[in-house]
Write a protein that binds this ligand. Sequence first.
Ligand code: 5GP
Ligand code: MN
Length: 343
Amino acid sequence: MKNLHNIPQKTYTALQKLLSEKKKIVVTTHKNPDGDAMGSALGMYLFLKKLGHDVSIVTPNEYPEFLRWLPSEKEVVKFNTNKNNANDLFQKAEIIFCLDFNNFERLSGMEKSLSDLKKIFVLIDHHPMPKIKTDMMFSVIEVSSTAELIYDVLVNINATKLIDKDIAECLFTGIMTDTGSFSYSCSRPGTFRVVTELLKFGIEIDKIHSLVYNNFSANRMKLLGYCLNNKMKIFPQYRTAYISLSSEELKKYKFKPGDDEGIVNYPLSIKGIIFSGFFIEKKDHVKISFRSKGSFPANKFSTENFQGGGHLNAAGGKSEEKFEECLNRFENLLPKYKKELNN
Ligand code: 5GP
Ligand code: MN
């Protein structure tokens, strides 16, 4: 199977040639890495190591506990707590793989260490409108996840024989989490073709699913209950609902990174609700997630109002306003979008 996704054959050939001799490589991904970010980065890290390269993996910050079972995750260097080591790796690298992001703004401070480096950059990503121009671009919006795209890149450079169970587990985790366990962004046969191929390496889907989704702390489950019972505001006329958590509430529930995972999706389970927001008060900003069903563009809404972006149905952004001001502004924006929300 060749020339998947309209990427020019010469790009694959160039990557194959680039990787034909031993190189120093850093694999990196976006801030607050999710399942696709970590699955893609670790999958690529393990693959490049198997090819014989000198590979490191750097993330801008820590990732949630439910991903701390992925093969080789202990090798990850976190930039925010290990800047010297990370910068040293970037400086010494010959090639830098940028996975699951296409905009240096997604790096949360780490971009200063990367954007001016004269290295060979390889980008593999599935977000719309790339803002980074790299030597080798594998940018495809249609795929479910970066992990799915990585598999196809390996097919096109004749490298699937190097895939093993660990790599397959990483890539499957990326596909599973970015499709909400195959409930969205997975209507293309290609996603299931890749999963079928990954299954041949002996991965156990029930085990992976359980490690990711049945691994929450009791506090997180109580936090979810609190969100749904006390913190969800519903606006039926705008087919919108949102949940917000102040820093005080986060403290009360002993909030840890990853505890917010998936909470933004719950309002979309309400009949008639097609747009959902989730606002978290951080030290100096508000972190925001948006999700939508159907054609309402969560990414456009986020870009227009909250310095963000993302996919049509899953986007994020931020605001430097005071928490209450930010929530009020969101509520006051809804009338302006009434027509699109009721389309
Ligand atoms: P999440 O809500 O899971 O943090 O993010 C959902 C999606 O929105 C991500 O996959 C990413 O594409 C996008 N996203 C999240 N935060 C930001 C942001 O601050 N800026 C941009 N451009 N995209 C974001
Ligand atoms: Mn992704």
